[in-house]
Ligand binder design. Structure first.
Ligand code: APR
Length: 313
């Protein structure tokens, strides 16, 4: 069986960590594309030279030529400007639309059968642009944020309660912004519902911290997170290439699910070799629905801005 091929667009912090996590998982050969000459080549060589120590049987090519993604099974889109302190993810839309449009044209040209996993922010809207420009099937374009946000939620619960992160199950839905919806009712520690085991003040604290977790890191570093985002993207690639049928929250194109249409939003999906194989509709309470609608309204507004930008390009 021929090896699978994974393309990672962008050799920045998120791109290089995605490639490193993918190499570790040995899912297939990797091509890393960036517009800066030397950057993807250097990173690719460095990870290639780590392989005698790690024993990873994969090849990694760094390139400035999109033609090298030809025939990729999965594309991870990480190219784009990250946030600086004080910026929201939505502030990136102008700059990152200029990057996703030509990139997505190249996906269509060189890898028309690929499944696309978007990491570039504002994530839900860049997913929309990727779908619009490629014209790929709706189940083949998705965004990574739910896995990352859920891991952040799990981390904070584990830290507050002094329990293993392995035993914390949690769910975050909605857009990848400060209005995201940590679903407390569907979260538990070792099967015990969070609301039963966690004092209310601690619970409120972890919910708020999860919503602003990306910004917390930007404040510390002056730039945005990359270890957890890179690994989260690789986890989704694994689910696709190994047809794992994982049930994960991810940004999916909605066509009436949750009463929403024409936008990408974080919802629980079944992820396998055919991309998004199912969208699960949860029975949300009125308060949860209201929170999801608020998050969706923000995504809708920025998607409208993106539509206008695209029309003028
Ligand atoms: N094609 C390929 N690569 C590009 C293109 C393009 N058209 N335009 C820019 N790049 C590259 C840059 O040269 C840079 O190497 O994208 C990379 C971005 O890297 P960083 O600035 O380190 O940003 P990073 O932290 O990796 O974040 C990338 O992911 O989480 C999101 O908000 C974040 O949108 C941002 C994206």
């Amino acid at each position: 069986m021929a090896r699978k091929k994974i393309a990672v667009i962008g050799a920045g912090r998120v791109g290089e960590h995605t490639v490193h996590s993918l190499a570790m998982k040995q899912l297939g050969d990797i091509v890393m594309v960036d517009i800066v000459e030397g950057k993807p080549q250097g990173i690719a060589l460095d990870i290639m030279e780590e392989r005698p120590l790690s024993g990873w049987d994969v090849n990694i090519l760094g390139t400035n030529d999109y033609a090298d993604i030809a025939g990729a099974d999965v594309i991870v889109m990480t190219a784009g400007f990250p946030r600086k302190p004080g910026m929201s993810r939505d502030d990136l839309i102008e700059a990152n639309m200029k990057i996703i449009k030509p990139a997505a044209e190249n996906f269509k040209k060189y890898a028309p059968n690929a499944i696309v996993v978007v990491v570039t922010n504002p994530l839900d809207v860049i997913c929309w642009a990727a779908l619009e420009v490629t014209g790929f099937a709706k189940n083949k374009v998705m965004g990574m944020a739910g896995v990352l946000d859920t891991n952040r939620f799990r981390t904070f619960v584990a830290m507050e309660m002094g329990v293993s992160v392995k035993d914390v199950q949690a769910y975050v839905l909605g857009g990848h912004g400060d209005d995201m919806v940590p679903l407390v009712r569907y979260s538990n520690i070792g099967g015990i519902p969070l609301e039963e085991i966690m004092p209310k003040d601690k619970l409120d604290f972890v919910v708020q911290r999860t919503r602003k977790a990306g910004g917390e890191i930007v404040k510390h570093l002056g730039y945005s997170a990359y270890f957890s985002p890179g690994h989260s993207a690789a986890e989704m690639v694994q689910a696709i290439l190994l047809d794992e049928k994982r049930v994960l929250p991810a940004a999916a194109y909605l066509q009436g699910e949750y009463g929403l249409e024409g936008i990408f939003l974080g919802v629980p999906i079944l992820l396998g070799s055919n991309g998004i194989e199912k969208i699960f509709e949860l029975n949300l309470t009125d308060a949860e629905k209201a929170a999801l609608n608020k998050s969706a309204a923000g995504v809708k507004e920025v998607t409208g801005i993106a539509k206008n930008i695209l029309a003028k390009m």
